[in-house]
Design a protein around this ligand. Structure first.
Ligand code: TEU
Ligand code: CA
Length: 557
């Protein structure tokens, strides 16, 4: 495998609105990020993925862009951005931006011009289609609820939006649109960034017949996923984009890719794939409910383990996946992936190690490194468009309000978006003003300042974990080593082996609340990494304490 500069890197996602506010308006900003670069460097971060900072009406928190060439004034100025890039360069860090080009904001100049002249050239930047029998062209439900078609005022035409109506989908079939997108991408590269995380990218290829499908809900609509699944030929767009942009800059690109067909893996993340890597969402999708978030199933250990292991096995000869525990669209991993009995410091550390010693590029989401948890919300605390939609849908389906809300709150994207907990000062040290979103009330216990001081804190564990991953001794093994599941017959034991040449590490985690006795299948050299100080070994047997993680150097028996 050709070695690439990003293979052995560790990335960190910043959700700028909630990271750190420096001017008291309750909204995080670029200056806040700049002031924490040393903190991130010390944590062991090489790459920062910045969620959107472009000009936006913030209907979907910046994923609705009204000007791709401007920084949202809430976040600062283009000068601040340039300073950020320069300060990161100084520290040997790389910045990747969020590329949101499936759709733009309805306030974008292109869409405004399309509305003003629905038969003119700008309408061709979007999907404008005639209605049928006084109704929308087809029966798609958008991801944020309701029809994916909204009427163009004063006409019988509708425009397509797979997300909110304020996020019209861009017409990738139009070569002018593609050219403008590539120009914009290259403009950002010229500013010194190293790549992109690429939003909702599977959505760019539509089935241009826009057929209706049998409804999958009481609303008579069907998820727009159904139409997207019937579209073919996305690879042509992705190869063109890569050729016109990423290739020229040796970029690192991460696709937000859901629903990949099995035979497409190599095409997407193989050596000459469309992207450097893509996120592994196999664990996340386990909690998709049949009707939305309110009937999301509880996490099942065996299904979770199998999902992650299957990805690892499929990737081995193909490429690298980006491993995440959580992101800005998901509940907090410390709550979501751990059973109630393991929601403690040892459990959080164990969870981190299960992911970060896998093969792939680790991504940490802000606050994960201190074990931030889901937040107790009331309905009026919720800001997120998707949570509110799931709630309304659940109520419309006849679920009692309280139960519907409890289900949606558990899965809510706002869990990840509460302000970063820096200290036990008011508002967790995030702002001196009124925070734009509720601060998790557990900030006096869970915060950076406190964990800096405690040797055994989650934060210091993350630092040690990243040091271990990047140590001279194990870096190559943990980057390029093969993956092999271990002890799969053991309930609630998450274990795997990484091997490179003669070197072998076995990672063993005990997810159960009870002590476990494990007879090692390999010759045991030494324990090289742990989350609990005490390791009990009797001959070839290990006694695993609840939530214990042990990494042993082993040799084949
Ligand atoms: O998320 C995309 C998203 O919501 C997926 O779950 C979707 O189901 C998938 O694209 C289907 O193929 C991204 C962002 O991460 C999110 O914050 C935005 O709200 C969304 O795109 C719209 O930009
Ligand atoms: Ca601010």
């Amino acid at each position: 495998m050709k070695r690439k500069w990003w293979h052995d890197k560790v990335a960190y996602q910043i959700y700028p609105k909630s990271f750190l506010d420096t001017n008291g308006d309750g909204i995080g900003d670029l200056k806040g990020i700049i002031s924490k670069l040393d903190y991130l460097k010390e944590l062991g971060i090489d790459i920062i993925w910045l969620s959107p900072v472009y000009e936006s009406p913030f209907v979907d928190q910046g994923y609705d862009i009204s000007d791709y060439y401007k920084i949202a004034e809430q976040f600062g100025t283009m000068d601040d951005f340039d300073t950020l890039v320069a300060e990161m360069k100084k520290r040997g860090m790389h910045l990747i931006m969020d590329l949101v080009v499936n759709h733009c904001s309805d306030k974008h100049e292109w869409f405004q011009k399309a509305l003003a002249d629905p038969d003119g050239p700008y309408a061709g930047y979007f999907y404008f289609r005639e209605g049928k029998d006084g109704k929308a062209p087809s029966n798609y439900r958008s991801y944020f609820g309701g029809s994916a078609w909204t009427k163009v005022p004063g006409t019988n035409k509708y425009y397509l939006h797979t997300f909110a109506k304020e996020q019209p989908d861009l017409n990738w079939e139009n070569p002018v649109v593609r050219k403008k997108i590539y120009e914009m991408i290259n403009w950002w590269f010229e500013k010194g960034i190293s790549g992109f995380r690429i939003d909702a990218i599977i959505n760019i290829k539509k089935n241009l017949d826009f057929p209706s499908f049998p409804a999958d809900g009481d609303d008579g609509l069907v998820s727009c996923d159904k139409m997207l699944a019937s579209a073919h030929g996305i690879g042509t767009f992705l190869e063109e984009m890569k050729h016109e942009t990423f290739d020229k800059y040796d970029a690192f690109t991460v696709g937000e890719v859901f629903h990949l067909k099995e035979d497409e893996l190599r095409e997407f993340i193989g050596e000459d794939g469309h992207f450097s890597t893509k996120f592994d969402f196999s664990a996340h999708v386990l909690s998709y409910g049949e009707h939305g978030w309110y009937d999301a199933p509880a996490l099942d250990f065996n299904r979770w383990r199998t999902a992650l292991f299957d990805t690892q096995k499929a990737d081995l000869t193909v490429g690298f996946e980006a491993n995440i525990i959580e992101n800005h669209d998901e509940p907090r991993g410390a709550t979501h992936y751990l059973p109630a009995h393991a929601r403690n410091e040892a459990g959080v550390k164990m969870l981190a190690a299960t992911y970060f010693l896998l093969r792939g590029i680790p991504f940490i989401y802000q606050g994960q490194e201190i074990g931030m948890t889901n937040c107790p919300f009331e309905l009026e605390d919720i800001d997120d468009i998707m949570t509110l939609d799931n709630y309304r849908y659940a109520v419309a389906c006849g679920f009692p309000e309280e139960k519907a809300f409890a289900g949606c709150a558990r899965e809510s994207r706002d869990n990840a978006r509460t302000p970063m907990q820096w200290s036990d000062a008011e508002n967790a040290g995030f702002t001196t003003g009124k925070p734009w979103l509720k601060v998790n009330p557990n900030y006096p216990e869970i915060n950076v300042a406190r964990q800096e001081k405690e040797y055994g804190s989650v934060l210091n564990f993350y630092r040690r974990l990243l040091c271990f991953r990047k140590s001279e001794e194990y870096r190559d093994l943990l980057t390029y080593g093969t993956f092999e599941p271990m002890y799969e017959d053991q309930e609630r034991i998450f274990a795997f082996k990484r091997t490179l040449g003669k070197q072998c590490l076995t990672v063993i985690c005990n997810e159960s609340p009870a002590e476990r006795f494990l007879t090692l299948k390999e010759d045991y050299e030494e324990v090289v990494f742990v989350n609990l100080p005490q390791v009990t070994r009797i001959g070839d047997n290990l006694i695993l304490h609840p939530y214990q993680l042990i990494v042993v150097e082993t040799t084949k028996k």
